[in-house]
Design a protein around this ligand. Structure first.
Ligand SMILES: [Zn+2]
Length: 95
């Protein structure tokens, strides 16, 4: 099956825009910020797009909160551990 790259481009653009909006609204309206992240995730799922590594690491998958200055980052045994300041869930990234 031929991949529709133009459609993917548009979807990617929308996802990037949504994450930018989410970042901008985070300090003003947390709920709206989370909604932007949720919508971006939905687009990615529907379009079968893998989110950018940088995007994937920028938010909590559990509560959709973008990581910020209050996020705890730890290094242990070759694993980067990010703790969500909102729900406390941990994300482990091997490096
Ligand atoms: Zn969280």
């Amino acid at each position: 099956m031929k991949k529709d790259s133009r459609k993917n481009d548009i979807a990617n653009e929308a996802i990037n825009a949504l994450f930018m909006l989410a970042g901008e609204t985070k300090s003003i309206n947390d709920e709206r910020s989370k909604r932007y992240v949720t919508i971006a995730e939905k687009i990615a799922t529907r379009m079968d797009i893998t989110l950018d590594r940088s995007i994937k690491r920028s938010y909590c998958k559990k509560c959709k909160t973008l990581y910020g200055a209050d996020t705890q980052v730890r290094l242990s045994n070759k694993i980067l551990v990010i703790k969500c300041a909102n729900c406390g869930s941990l994300k482990r990234i091997p490096y």
